[in-house]
Design a protein around this ligand. Structure first.
Ligand code: G3P
Length: 215
């Protein structure tokens, strides 16, 4: 089954999307958390009460030791928390150690298939290629999703491909067609996925016609 995560730290959006019953987890990052103007830990505790699935929370240290300390503390908050670690040599070392301690990790800020290969070798639970940001600089972001899915499929890596920096519904379709395990999407994209003008006009017509049915 393809999983959909919500890419936000906003509680109202998470609650609403969770109630739709189609969301499997949540991803946050320091930028999304800073938009909320609340303490990180408070936000995480609240999200974990709503979402029965992985809740991705990012470390901000740049040295392995600091990442480990933060990661272990985040993982203690709730068993749903997955520790997001940046794709650097320090981050890869931290990923290896955290995964050996059975703490789930998500290697983020991934922009190439080789980075994704290293994340898998370090034992990451998820790898997060940032598609929209590659598109922003004139690369075909979705191409690396196909490459990573193909590369992983030749071996027994358990790392799941989590398509991130999704900007529009077509990204979601492309991710699903390429067999990515997960797409993390802003709430706006989830709403666009739901909408079609023919659904609205069709429903309108059904309801109007129903009024003429003798009661
Ligand atoms: O969660 C990370 C990623 O999804 C960020 O997306 O739109 O800021 O490139 P964006």
């Amino acid at each position: 089954m393809m999983k959909l995560f919500l890419d936000t730290a906003n509680i109202d959006e998470i609650r609403e999307a969770w109630n739709w019953g189609v969301i499997d987890g949540v991803t946050t990052n320091p930028s999304l958390v800073s938009k909320e103007g609340r303490k990180f830990e408070d936000v995480l505790r609240e999200v974990c009460k709503i979402v029965d699935g992985p809740v991705n929370a990012e470390v901000v240290s740049t040295e392995c030791e600091g990442m480990l300390k933060e990661g272990r503390a985040l993982a203690k908050i709730n068993r749903r928390i997955v520790v997001k670690v940046p794709m650097t040599s320090e981050g890869i070392k931290a990923t290896k150690t955290l995964s050996s301690e059975a703490i789930r990790t998500n290697v983020t800020l991934v922009f190439s298939p080789n980075q994704a290969l290293l994340a898998a070798k370090a034992g990451a639970t998820f790898v997060s290629p940032f598609i929209g940001r590659l598109d922003d600089v004139g690369n075909e972001g979705m191409q690396i999703i196909g490459d990573i899915v193909t590369m992983y499929s030749h071996y027994s890596y358990r790392t799941e491909v989590l398509v991130a920096s999704v900007r529009h519904p077509i990204h979601v379709i492309q991710a699903a067609k390429l067999g990515a395990h997960i797409a993390t999407i802003p709430f706006s994209v989830l709403k666009w996925m739901l909408k079609h003008p023919l659904t609205d006009t069709g429903l309108d017509r059904f309801l109007k016609d129903w009024e003429r049915v003798p009661k």
